[in-house]
Design a protein. Structure first.
Lengths: 289, 307, 433
């Protein structure tokens, strides 16, 4: 799997050209790189620091970096609020939505790639473009008449609506880059076209599918607007649960930051381990021109 | 083998024959039907509501009023056109900065160096972070009296800024957040484009004595242009539709002067704050057409540039 | 070869069926058969909710087979959910916590709220007459009771005891004294004089007490004529603008709701702050405030029309008109608002809507004595609303609030008032159609 993956990964330029590059440039580049890394990292560090502060320390500018860390906020998150349940909800919805989207989108992407179905692809990608606000009330209306509101089903369906076009887009460009000769050879050997797709193409697509799944999972995990309206008491997902810390007569900044950390950390850990897949997925099709 | 197995195989085969003959649609149709089902009703509903005076409750009786909403909305210089302006300002402004910064950072990361993996991981963090959590995080950082942003400025003797709370500073502050979160995406896309380039044109230009800027502007940049346009397209659609961070930081209405009210926020407020479903639908339809228009323009541009 | 591909297909089908089954398994709503019932309750994030939530198991123990399912949300998310769900005619909500003054009229007009008139008179011991008159008026629509008020708020004046003592300033009893004191403190240069909400929509409620005390109102009695350009309203706009714009913190934000304004006071940056009584724990608890032991409380200062703060029901419980368990739902509401539980809630610092708990010394024991007194005075002299009593409250608040923000930033107040008056008149004409 790793060997096939490498072909997909954007590798850095193979040529190492060092001439004409003075020390001055190197130092400048190093400083710039550190600055860039700091800019992107600092706010996240600040969020994590704040999650270990009491509200008085958060209000106190002298306690910006030196303070007595407290686990109280995490205690609030996991003790009072039902966060374990929310984590499970987020995970379940994201996983099922991703799985079902894969089942629908991978064959469709294959067909659209091989038969060059431009117009059909545009129809599915329309889903990416439509403003989410216009979907909320009609969907709720339908789902409530089907009597499935408050269950996982409307959440999964709405998240699939985000995941499916994403997977389709990534997998189409993946299949575009996969040579057809192998399938043709397999058909000469007696496989049906669908058999060739299942037996030959699909195993070769594992890296692409991995990429698409991870991204779909992340986008589903992060989704807020659909979950806000379509989730019920027992199906509330993490991004919606964050707002629990904004009460009617007080904001619990510490708890809020701890909740934000709890939402963000799992996804960041996933990102760390699957970095290469994510990059290839985000950049899918970008270099085709 | 018994005959029953034989029959089963035969029926499978005839199904298999049928499926293979129509595989184009057998494989593509389920996904398309799913998306069509989820889109068709809301789209039709929104179009219908945009032609009515529905308000208060959707179930309440409402009248068909033709294009009146469209005339009202398009002649509304109080909320609608400023919202269009803000949407354009936000999208174009954030995108220009993201493209320039993204290009610079991509160039910085292009050639290998020690610690490249680490830097790549770090710039991936904002990209995957949950937007609502990011909004909350920046809300605390930009809090005028207790936030870290003003504390940071005070180290350099710069007076405190109102950030999200100021009429003039709120939208630029949110653009900054958008830039923070999405520049990495542009970096990654451009990096992919850059690394796929062959080194020969660059070398040739170097032999001809071109300096770094000339080589970039006349050789590298035109070559990554298609990738660049793709990045603009992908980023542009999402920037136009930005909602989560606006909602998490400023809420409905977009502030005291509607200073961050984009089309998406305006439509949301019309529906959920004012209960004017007809007008809200009209704004959404117009917004949708605008997005399609922008994409159409960009795709044309992309086709031209790749010729 | 073919067998392999068939296997793959079978596997794929199996996965689909399994996942589908899993979904279906989750889909089946909680069984209603066998006398088992689920009561779906939607509540806002509030201290009140935190207290009663822990006691719900008592209710479940008393009602065999009943499960209470609580959805808890922030106030904005709550109203978004109501807007989507009630619009679609859901029966997935039975009991709903709502803001009578913000959404009450709209919900009642749309027929979302069940008529509780017969229910409230059902049990004499529960005693509907014990509920305060102002709040009850706000939960009544066209003669029918549509909600039971649970939490009340009065506007009070918070001040820094140490600052006033140091400068020898007496606790202001009138708005003129308040302005003079704020001015004196600001000129002293150490801290700001006054702070209040500044966000266009958020400020309206906290400005309303200024408006009432100056002798003004949003509109005439039957809401046919806007009265935002009367001399009283003009003076209220300008006074509020001067207090915050001139005697408030430097570079004051025009987007503050209570969290930001209360934070300024809690950090010791300002001497006077006027807002709802329900916020006192943000200022007076050691874990939230650096000045927690230096907070004083006073009734809202008097203007030409006397001290006329708002005294409003901020939250009430209603029953979804499409609920098919109205009887059980009201049992639950009745239980939540029983004299005993109400007393318990008020002892935890949440101002309640029952007269009896205010007359009971135990009911006010947990409040700082000065605050309890200020609330009691406010409840007597106050009016029962703090925002325009219209259907589309959100829109009305933005119109009414516009001149407040202009006054704070030192803009052309007269022009802003003129525009607000015209806009509000048009809004009323439209709504009265």
């Amino acid at each position: 799997m790793t060997t096939t993956a490498t072909s997909l990964i954007v590798t850095t330029s193979p040529l190492q050209r060092r001439r004409n590059r003075g020390r001055g440039y190197k130092a400048f580049r190093a400083i710039m790189l550190v600055l860039v890394a700091l800019t992107f990292l600092a706010p996240v560090v600040w969020m994590v620091l704040s999650s270990f502060k009491t509200n008085v320390d958060i209000y106190n500018s002298e306690a910006a970096f030196i303070f007595t860390p407290t686990l109280k906020n995490y205690d609030t998150v996991f003790g009072q609020a039902d966060y374990v349940q929310y984590i499970w909800n987020s995970f379940f919805v994201a996983a099922v939505a991703t799985l079902l989207s894969l089942l629908l989108a991978v064959p469709a992407a294959y067909s659209m790639s091989r038969f060059v179905m431009k117009k059909s692809a545009v129809l599915v990608l329309l889903a990416r473009v439509i403003p989410g606000v216009s979907l909320l009330v009609p969907w709720y209306f339908v789902f409530s008449n089907l009597r499935i509101v408050g269950t996982y089903t409307p959440l999964v369906l709405s998240h699939m609506f985000v995941s499916l076009p994403l997977i389709l887009y990534i997998m189409m460009s993946f299949f575009d880059s996969l040579p057809e000769e192998l399938e043709e050879q397999a058909q000469v050997d007696g496989l049906t076209p669908i058999g060739a797709f299942l037996r030959i193409t699909l195993p070769l697509s594992v890296p692409g599918i991995a990429t698409a799944s991870i991204l779909s999972f992340i986008f589903s995990w992060n989704n807020f607007m659909f979950a806000l309206v379509l989730s019920g008491a027992s199906t509330k997902t993490l991004p919606v649960a964050i707002f629990d810390f904004v009460g009617y007569a007080s904001i619990d900044w510490g708890g809020l930051m701890a909740a934000a950390v709890v939402v963000t950390i799992p996804i960041m850990v996933i990102a760390l381990f699957t970095q290469k897949y994510i990059v290839s997925g985000l950049t899918a099709g970008a270099t085709k021109g | 083998m018994s005959t029953t197995t034989g029959t089963r195989v035969r029926t499978q085969t005839s199904f298999s024959l049928w499926a293979n003959r129509h595989r184009k649609w057998v494989l593509a149709a389920p996904a398309m039907v799913f998306v069509a089902l989820l889109i068709a009703f809301p789209l039709g509903w929104t179009l219908y509501l945009s032609l009515t005076d529905a308000s208060g409750s959707i179930r309440a009786p409402h009248d068909f009023i033709g294009l009146e909403n469209y005339f009202d909305v398009l002649s509304d210089t109080d909320r609608f056109w400023p919202a269009v302006g803000r949407t354009a300002f936000f999208t174009v402004g954030a995108m220009v900065v993201e493209m320039i910064l993204g290009m610079l950072i991509a160039l910085l990361l292009w050639r290998p160096f020690r610690g490249q993996g680490l830097v790549r991981i770090i710039i991936l963090l904002p990209l995957v972070a949950t937007p609502v959590a990011v909004g909350m995080m920046w809300r605390l950082i930009f809090e005028p009296t207790i936030g870290f942003a003003n504390q940071f400025l005070s180290w350099f003797g710069i007076p405190a800024q109102p950030w999200l709370a100021g009429e003039a500073t709120a939208l630029p502050t949110l653009m900054f957040v958008d830039i923070w979160q999405w520049t990495p995406m542009v970096v990654l896309i451009l990096l992919a484009g850059l690394t796929s380039l062959s080194d020969e044109p660059d070398e040739a230009a170097r032999v001809d004595g071109a300096n770094a800027w000339q080589r970039f502007w006349h050789v590298t940049f035109p070559l990554v242009m298609p990738t660049f346009i793709t990045a603009v397209l992908l980023r542009g659609i999402d920037a136009l539709k930005t909602f989560d961070i606006l909602y998490a930081t400023k809420g409905k209405g977009g502030g005291s002067f509607h200073e961050v009210e984009t089309l998406n926020v305006y439509a949301y407020g019309l529906s959920f704050d004012y209960q004017k479903y007809g007008e809200s639908s009209t704004v959404l339809v117009i917004f949708f057409l605008m997005i399609i228009g922008c994409i159409w323009l960009l795709t044309i541009r992309r086709k031209k540039s790749s010729l | 070869m073919k067998h392999r591909s068939i296997k793959v297909v079978t596997a794929a089908v199996a996965v689909t069926v399994l996942t589908g089954g899993l979904l279906a398994g989750c889909t089946t709503a909680e069984g209603e058969e066998g006398g088992k019932q689920t009561l779906r309750v939607t509540l806002a994030n509030h201290v009140w909710t935190d207290i009663v939530k822990d006691k719900i198991s008592d209710f479940e123990a008393d009602h065999e087979g009943v499960t209470v399912e609580v959805t808890q949300l922030g106030e904005d998310q709550l109203s978004d959910q109501y807007n989507v769900k009630l619009n679609a005619g859901t029966d997935e909500i039975d009991v709903m916590m709502y803001r009578p003054l913000q959404e009450g009229k709209l919900f009642a007009q749309n027929g979302y709220l069940a008529d509780l008139s017969d229910y409230v008179t059902r049990d004499a011991a529960w005693d509907w007459n014990d509920f305060q008159e102002g709040p009850v008026e706000a939960t009544t629509y066209e003669g029918s009771v549509v909600g039971v008020p649970i939490i009340t708020e009065q506007q009070v004046l918070y001040y820094r005891t140490d600052v006033l003592e140091k400068l020898g300033i007496a606790v202001p009893k009138t708005l003129d004294e308040l302005e003079a004191a704020a001015k004196q403190i600001k000129e002293q240069g150490e801290i700001a004089g006054y702070v209040g909400r500044t966000g266009v929509s958020a400020a309206v409620t906290q400005w309303s007490s200024f408006l009432f005390s100056e002798g003004g109102d949003f509109a005439n009695k039957d809401y046919t004529k806007a009265t935002l350009d009367t001399p009283a309203a003009k003076e209220a706009y300008e006074l509020y603008g001067r207090l915050i714009g001139q005697y408030g913190p430097a570079n004051v934000s025009t987007d503050m709701s209570w969290p930001d304004a209360a934070a300024l006071f809690a950090q010791g940056q300002v001497a006077f702050y006027s807002d709802a009584s329900s916020l006192y724990q943000n200022l007076a608890l050691e874990e939230n405030s650096t000045v927690w032991d230096k907070v004083g409380y006073a009734p809202f200062p008097a203007g030409p029309a006397g001290s006329v703060p708002y005294n409003v029901p901020s939250w009430a419980l209603g029953i979804n008109n499409d609920s098919n368990k109205k009887d059980l739902a009201f049992d639950f509401v009745e239980w939540l608002t029983s004299p005993e539980l109400t007393l318990e809630v008020q002892e935890a610092g949440v101002p309640a809507a029952r007269t009896s708990v205010w007359d009971n010394p135990a009911g006010t024991a947990s409040f700082p004595p000065q605050l309890a007194e200020a609330i009691a005075i406010g409840a007597k002299t106050g009016v029962g609303y703090d925002r325009p009593r219209v259907i589309s409250v959100a829109e009305a608040r933005e119109i009414v609030g516009a001149p407040i923000v202009v006054a704070i930033t030192g803009g052309d107040v007269d022009a802003a008032i003129k525009k607000a008056q015209a806009d509000f008149q048009a809004f009323l004409d439209d709504e009265n159609d």
